[in-house]
Design a binder for this molecule. Structure first.
Ligand SMILES: [Ca+2]
Length: 443
């Protein structure tokens, strides 16, 4: 049966928005497609039944030979990923439990107990594989409005000592609301000491684009992704609200970095810059619902929703501008361009983009040994794709292999569990927890 296969580089360029950069990339890719396949399979036609490819073969995909893979600035060139990549039959999704109402985020306690948020405003607990019927007590009211509600969850790095759990949620009214982050102490019956430690510094109307993914960095600070506020015709400060993403005074469309008590670290990139809010760590984002740390390298990765198409995978660095809405591969939902260019000096290009959209949510950088070739690969959830997209990147961040793991429901979160397997939450009125198990070896 087919394993984790390298995508078809020529096909991925079809139907994309042509730019000088993309056209040059396409010509190079088409030019190298046959030799690449020849190297991989020993024939001009890829073998769709090939079993697991070796690590050596994975590396053959795109980054060998004379094909340039860097921009003049030494950064990897953006490539179009395949929203409908070949199915990865080396893993199989197994439903662990169901009956979750729009689950959003999950976190394992040191004893293996799993906490899962449900967007309407509940935290559920799974002990010994059993979903407790009653939600945990002590959760503050949330604004459960469209995309808003109780969203991500993360444990303090020293949870065993202090029992702090961090929760991101929408607060306010349908007319004026903000993303909040609170921490609360977890006891056997639920939460106490609920304390708001962060609130986005702009009100926004309606229930779109809260972002809200949480990620602890190795230095014990916390990243919080804040959405740009929403789509046209929503406005703020006399312009479309999406332009907040380029306003370094506004948390909308930014990632902020805070200490565990909500105060601002002295080494944030814009501390001392009178034109910027000191909480901001990176900006120019549309709506990030996936943040992941590579535990081996410390690199932070994110996926980000585009508008119509143009969903992005980004490799994040402090202080950088990721371009929204000045540059984007996406278009207005109503049709027509959002930006005149897909790239500009001073703005960081995505590693790759997906058109049509996968609507990314949830991301894990795999560090374990339970999947063939899985080490260091990215597993990216897609709401619209109803799949997990599995991506192999080389050391330069070039895409060298991709595959799709169909889940059959909208994928909201993707995490590596303590057993080394990937777990998935589905966004559904009867949402599921799904485990990706290695397929049995063919006999
Ligand atoms: Ca971008």
């Amino acid at each position: 049966m087919g394993g984790f296969v390298i995508g078809d580089w020529g096909r991925r360029m079809v139907g994309q928005r042509w730019t000088v950069k993309a056209l040059a990339m396409a010509l190079l890719l088409v030019g190298c497609a046959s030799p690449t396949q020849n190297e991989r399979n020993g024939s001009a036609t890829p073998d769709p039944t090939a079993t697991d490819l070796t690590a050596d073969n994975i590396s053959v995909g795109a980054n060998t030979g004379s094909k340039p893979t860097e921009t003049a600035a030494g950064l990897p060139m953006t490539v179009a990923a395949n929203s409908d990549a070949p199915v990865d039959s080396s893993v199989q999704p197994v439903t662990v439990l169901e009956g979750l109402e729009h689950p959003w985020g999950m976190a394992w306690l040191p004893d293996g107990t799993l906490l899962i948020t449900e967007r309407p405003g509940r935290v559920r607990r799974v002990r010994d594989g059993v979903l407790e019927p009653e939600p945990l007590a002590g959760v503050a009211p949330v604004l459960a409005e469209r995309q808003g509600g109780l969203l991500d969850i993360a444990l303090h790095p020293q949870f065993e000592d202090n029992r702090w759990v961090y929760l991101a949620y929408a607060h306010g009214t349908a007319e004026a609301n903000r993303l909040r982050v609170a921490r609360a102490k977890l006891g056997d019956q639920g939460f106490t000491d609920w304390t708001v430690i962060f609130e986005a510094n702009r009100d926004k109307p309606q229930g779109q684009h809260f972002g809200s993914r949480l990620l602890w960095l190795p230095d014990g600070t916390l990243l919080v992704a804040v959405g740009d506020g929403g789509n046209p015709p929503l406005r703020l400060d006399g312009e479309l609200i999406r332009h907040q993403a380029q306003n370094r005074q506004s948390h909308l469309g930014a990632i902020v970095r805070i200490k565990d008590d909500g105060t601002i670290p002295d080494d944030n990139p814009f501390v001392g810059d009178t034109d910027a809010d000191p909480a901001i760590w990176s900006y120019g984002h549309r709506n990030i619902q996936a943040l992941a740390l590579d535990a081996a390298t410390g690199q932070v990765w994110s996926t980000e929703h585009g508008s119509r198409g143009g969903d992005e995978l980004n490799r994040l660095q402090a202080g950088e501008n990721y371009g929204w809405p000045l540059v984007t591969y996406s278009e207005e939902y109503s049709g027509g361009p959002i930006s005149e260019a897909v790239s500009r000096p001073g703005l960081v290009d995505p590693i790759l983009y997906w058109t049509p959209a996968i609507a990314p949510s949830g991301l894990a950088v795999y560090r374990g040994d339970r999947y063939p070739q899985g080490q260091g690969q990215l597993f990216a959830g897609g709401l619209v794709a109803q799949s997990v997209l599995r991506l192999a990147l080389d050391d330069q961040g070039q895409l060298v292999g991709e595959a799709r793991i169909p889940i059959g429901q909208r994928v909201r979160d993707v995490r590596q569990g303590p057993d080394g397997l990937i777990y998935v939450l589905t966004d559904d009125p009867n949402g599921r927890l799904v485990r990706l198990e290695p397929s049995p070896e063919p006999q």
